[in-house]
Ligand binder design. Sequence first.
Ligand SMILES: NC(=O)c1ccc[n+]([C@@H]2O[C@H](COP(=O)([O-])OP(=O)(O)OC[C@H]3O[C@@H](n4cnc5c(N)ncnc54)[C@H](OP(=O)(O)O)[C@@H]3O)[C@@H](O)[C@H]2O)c1
Length: 265
Amino acid sequence: MDSYTLITGATGGLGQEFCRQCAARGDNLLLTGRSEQKLEDLRAELLKSYSVKILTFACRLDDELERQSLCDFVAKAEVKLSQFISVAGVDTQMAFERYTREKVLFQLRVNFEAAVALTHALLSFRAEGFSILVVSSISGSCPMPYFALYSATKSALVSFFSALRVELKDKGVKVTVLMPGSIPTRPDIIEDIKIQGLKGRLSSKPKDFVVKKALSGARKNKRIVIPGAFNKFVYFLTKITPYRLVAAFVARGWKNKEKDAFSAF
Ligand SMILES: NC(=O)c1ccc[n+]([C@@H]2O[C@H](COP(=O)([O-])OP(=O)(O)OC[C@H]3O[C@@H](n4cnc5c(N)ncnc54)[C@H](OP(=O)(O)O)[C@@H]3O)[C@@H](O)[C@H]2O)c1
């Protein structure tokens, strides 16, 4: 039976880079994103450069029934999974009171519920040496006013997958969480990095660098991977600085910022 690496958020900026680097190392790929057309285009582009097998399945990860269909697809394809890479995420940023109810649920479900529920379902399809790599964010290292839901869901990923890693250690399953700083993927993020000036430049790392570090960290079974010295320093600072100071600093920086690249609601 062939084994595959399943990648969520495959059609996004970081996801596509994971696809390229996994294909380059010879992994067969099972790719998911919301758009069938984007997945088909990505598959065609990857097949021009890499001789691997690629399956695609379009799925809205905030919808439990669609997630179930994805798992049914994996079962029907009769494949084993060598790695699950959870990349999909929604980085909506605004004061919590400005959210609609739908936006709250959407971000919660994509960022946390989907990663956990899929992991639960996909463990039964694992091949020997199975590993899980989950994309969190450096924003998950402390509670962030005006980015509260995002930072909380990313922090929850670190908490949950760190614990799961211990539960699965004796079963030979590796679990790694990636906590990147800024990555210039979408135009609005590139603009935001520019606006942040020196801090943005220091935190920003290209997607190929981030993915290389992530895959290497997962191979070595690191618990957490933080690409870049500045981001490691920021992580450390958030752990040693009293929270009221961190909160005041973050609130000042983010209070007047709003970002919503997933504005269906
Ligand atoms: N870029 C950064 O600065 C940065 C920094 C730290 C962490 N991260 C994390 O890195 C990950 C990728 O971010 P990115 O920069 O590559 O952003 P992106 O280009 O917007 O990619 C987001 C991906 O998530 C998918 N997605 C969103 N909602 C979904 C849903 N309901 N169902 C299924 N898939 C859904 C998108 O699918 P569609 O293609 O169908 O829209 C897309 O593939 C995210 O988890 C993000 O939080 C990014």
